[in-house]
Design a protein around this ligand. Structure first.
Ligand code: SF4
Length: 704
């Protein structure tokens, strides 16, 4: 009997980046299993990963051929790829001729492969001449990027998953890994079960599933994270639980950090956070007495108008205790998407440049321009995610090319996003599935190859670069995203896009990283395919990768010291609650859905967990509104409304409600789409939107 070929690849969902064995039998049936040899997950997969075969197998929702319409009054028509490219190039050239290069933009995704990210950046920043290229990773990680740069000198996650088993204290803030990073959570859970001395502190306004393993849950009021972290810093300093030698030799700005930490008494901080002062002391004691301390966070900190301040206040704790560069210790931001990290490596944001070079540095821009063989690169940051749709709405941006993301459901203030897309002169949507609501706004719809249907690379939360092979053919006329981009660039008449395969794009990217802090010039495409995954940097062909950064305590700043940073804002600066909108809405994820459900929404098994959107609400708030579990409520904000069933409990704080972000138009425009009501305020530095704080009112839905 013929042995089935097993293809080693990586899960296409979250930033944990689990390894998978994928096989296809003679009938084309796909099976997936956890890769026992892969260091991240050691054979484990969560419910989403285990069911990826159904997603890959079912092509009923797929976009199979290019389609376009000549005007908004015309229906979409099937066209050839050549016609599609000619139309796209003609419209882009015409708009750029009339309005300049900054009148077009690209909005991409943390699910794009690194090569795709690299190409769209090269195309926009190098050849079209605009920095209007941003990504939905702006919505999840940009505050962490700024925090790392300010304090460590570079966007560098210092540690690895293997540090989990070496740590004895975890502060998990604004994250619910039990549902959103399940395999990582299982590693923490197992470590705790085997080592009862390990302390786990969870910071969250909701009692989430992650609290099941917590020694202490700090159920703070939304937006008070900086106050809490400063209070922890104050206690550590007062009780002399800080690493004076590390602070003296390897940090700067300690006095400013101390001054800010002492602005509030512990008692006042506890009052503002809405928690017991003894719990602050207890948490600080866990951190101060730990041999190795890890802080872990995601969107609860990042998605805020003070997201950068929250990151800096948290990172201060690692510097105060000298818990960085050592086994089992360090700050660890978790990426939401599978390749958010890879996108950052190639400068996949409006404010970044390829190879972690600095867009604001003329020398770096010149180096990249010479490498690409293009004219000068602009030093002005382009439009970020929300700015791009604002610019469309205001008529500043005329054309947008959207790749592998569904902004109509995922961006804040959805009605404004829809309005902006209607106003655009030209919208290109490049995606795999008609399930994306954004496809309805396309003037040109391009069918992309999906997971298993193209090759490329991704980088997970711990800087691990992995190769994903092509296992099956794409359906219909779908093409790999990288090929779509380089063929469009060729139609635009640009030189330097004559690639034969994604491997050539990857090798070009590697070469550009030479001599940088993310140097992967020692990790060729061939080596990656032959030897498996590596953590960057990998600066020479014999180098085995870098699981932990800063082991020599030299940081990437000019003085090689880490810099304490004083958060400029202690208090949440988001929109105010008032008597009309008295509750605070927090949005987030559920265990078995992913983003806007374009993939998970078609897997019956995953729908069994939570089949429809819901509003989580405290029993007291529900009682005051005459709402019972299962009743349909109407939730209104200053921007819109949604109808949704309520789930009543005591797990969420009073005056806080929670709505999952996954659902789009379920029954009608107002049913369950969380972003109908979210606000589009952003952090002034990271430009990350505030999905975690918006003022709402909730009432019983009465049929008209
Ligand atoms: Fe995929 Fe994340 Fe689940 Fe791993 S934890 S199987 S990467 S969704």
């Amino acid at each position: 009997m013929l042995k089935k070929k097993v293809n080693k690849t990586i899960c296409s969902y979250c930033g944990v980046g689990c390894g998978m064995d994928v096989s296809v039998d003679s009938k084309g049936t796909i099976t997936v299993e956890g890769d026992v040899s892969y260091p991240v997950n050691k054979g484990m997969l969560c419910s989403k990963g285990k069911n990826l075969n159904y997603v890959a197998q079912d092509t009923t929702d797929r976009i199979l051929f290019p389609q376009m319409r000549w005007s908004r009054n015309h229906p979409m028509q099937r066209v050839s790829w050549d016609s599609a490219f000619e139309r796209a190039a003609a419209v882009f050239k015409s708009i750029i001729d009339r309005h300049g290069p900054d009148s077009v933009g690209f909005y991409v995704s943390g699910q794009c492969l690194t090569e795709e990210y690299y190409l769209v950046n090269k195309l926009a920043k190098g050849f079209i001449g605009t920095n209007n290229i941003d990504t939905n990773s702006r919505l999840c990680m940009s505050s962490a990027v700024v925090g790392y740069k300010k304090m460590l000198g570079e966007d560098s996650v210092p540690i690895s998953y293997d540090d989990i088993e070496l740590s004895d204290c975890f502060l998990i803030a604004g994250a619910n890994p039990a549902w959103c990073h399940p395999i990582l959570f299982r590693r923490i859970e197992k470590h705790k079960a085997e080592n009862p001395n390990v302390k786990i502190i969870v910071v969250d306004p909701r009692k989430t599933q992650t609290c099941a393993i917590a020694d202490l849950h700090l159920q703070i009021l939304p937006g008070t994270d900086v106050i809490l972290f400063n209070a922890l810093a104050r206690w550590l300093i007062e009780k002399r639980k800080i690493d004076k030698k590390f602070i003296k030799q390897h940090t700067s700005n300690f006095e400013a950090c101390k001054k800010t930490a002492f602005e509030l008494s512990l008692k006042r901080a506890a009052e503002l956070c809405g928690i017991a002062v003894d719990d602050i002391r207890k948490a600080a004691g866990f951190i101060g007495n730990a041999k190795a301390f890890i802080s872990m966070w995601t969107m609860g900190l990042n998605q805020s108008v003070i997201g950068v301040a929250k990151n800096m206040a948290l990172l201060n704790l690692s510097l105060l205790t000298g818990q960085i560069g050592k086994p089992g210790s360090g700050p660890f931001s978790l990426t939401g998407q599978p390749n958010a990290m890879g996108g950052r490596e190639v400068g996949g944001m409006a404010s970044l440049l390829a190879a972690h070079k600095d867009l604001g540095n003329p020398k770096h821009r010149k180096e990249v321009a010479e490498f690409w063989g293009c004219k000068a690169i602009s030093g002005e940051a382009g439009y970020t995610a929300t700015e791009m749709f604002d610019a469309l709405d205001r008529g500043k941006l005329k054309a947008i090319w959207i790749i592998c993301t569904n902004p109509v459901v995922s961006l804040p203030n959805s009605h404004k996003v829809e309005r902006a897309l209607k106003k655009a002169s030209f919208v290109v949507v490049q995606d795999i599935s008609h399930r994306s609501e954004t496809t309805q706004f396309a003037d040109l719809l391009l069918p992309a190859a999906g997971w298993l249907e193209k090759e490329g690379t991704m980088t997970n939360s711990e800087r691990r670069i992995s190769y994903l092979p092509q296992v099956i053919d794409p359906p219909g006329e779908a093409l790999p995203d990288a090929e779509i981009l380089w063929r469009f660039a060729q139609h635009m008449g640009f030189k330097g896009f004559d690639y034969k395969n994604a491997g050539e794009v990857y090798d070009e990217h590697c070469l550009l990283t030479k001599g940088t802090h993310i140097d992967i010039s020692g990790l060729s495409h061939r080596r990656l395919k032959d030897e498996g995954s590596f953590q960057w940097p990998v600066p020479d062909p014999k180098h085995m990768g870098t699981p932990r950064l800063f082991t020599d305590l030299r940081f990437y700043t000019n003085d090689q010291k880490s810099h304490f940073n004083v958060p400029p804002k202690l208090y949440n600066q988001s929109e105010e609650t008032d008597s009309t909108f008295p509750l605070i809405l927090n949005t987030g994820r559920v265990r078995d859905q992913w983003h806007t459900r374009t993939k998970t929404g078609k897997v019956k098994r995953l729908l069994a967990h939570i089949p429809e959107p819901y509003l989580e609400m405290n029993k007291v708030d529900a009682y005051l509104r005459d709402l019972k579990d299962g009743d349909v409520a109407i939730v209104k904000s200053r921007r819109g409304q949604v109808q949704v069933k309520v789930k009543v409990n005591f797990d969420i704080r009073e005056r806080v409600v929670f709505l999952p972000m996954h659902w789009g138009k379920v029954l009608n425009n107002d049913f369950g789409r969380a972003n109908n009501i979210t606000n589009d305020l952003v952090d002034p530095i990271s430009k990350e939107p505030d999905f975690k704080y918006c003022a709402v009112q909730v009432g019983k839905f009465v049929k008209p």
